[in-house]
Design a binder for this molecule. Sequence first.
Ligand code: ATP
Length: 274
Amino acid sequence: SGGEGRKEVKSTSFTFEQIGGQNRAKQELIEALDFLVKRDQIEKLGIRPLKGILLAGPPGTGKTLLAKAAAQYTDSVYMAASGSEFVEMYVGVGAGRIRDLFKEARAKAKKAGKSSAVIFIDEIEVIGGKRDGGQHREYDQTLNQLLTEMDGIHGNESPRILIIAATNRKEMLDSALVRPGRFDRHIGVDLPDKKGRLQILRIHASNKPIDESVDLTGIAEQTFSFSGAQLESVMNEAAIYALRDNADSITSGHLHMAIDKVMLGEKSDKETSL
Ligand code: ATP
């Protein structure tokens, strides 16, 4: 998920096929992205250029993955940032960072010979939360800078910038951010259903020796309300249990222990990944 900030600029070729479930979100996103891909046609028809897409939904459901796949689909360079990176004690620093982010994205696209750049901003609510009468003035400047940058995006400029933002708390966003011409495409990214969970489990099982006796459909049934990130954890923890057992493959027993562990609290997961 977020947090890694702008270090994560490697041109990962990550595709929609590597994202399990989320069929509706993928379809809606691809439809929106086709605006960027077919930009000559869009311009001829006088359609307002697409500037911002908002991905809204619970943590760990694949919003970051969708943004990466969007960059790949549109043959764009990818830059990632998190709303919390722009929160600084000193007025103006956050705004400066926003300016730099856009500058950097344009430079990176030019250098790579690409005609577009996708800027992913995770936790957008941190900078784009509802403004409350001057209480958080330094945030205001940051948000204003983002709005200015968005207003400055033109359909015919090169490189073309598309901003994809993610939030778990859409209701908190300032209305200035979600009005037409800004983040006006909203795509819900929900917890996966059973079929989605099975697909996600399969994706994360693909590089692991799973015992023949394992019924992944059953595991998908038993992981109701798990997010993609939690399912990834289940697979990883199961592999760690297998290692502890000195087993060459992951059994249902390992998977069940992993489910319990992830259910009990995934806080310690990251630290136990050996
Ligand atoms: P956050 O809101 O916490 O930033 P997010 O919605 O951006 O979360 P991701 O960072 O995309 O979630 O997902 C975290 C990890 O969980 C991914 O790197 C991947 O391993 C796994 N994952 C999540 N959703 C899926 C999915 N739909 N298919 C496959 N893997 C997934």
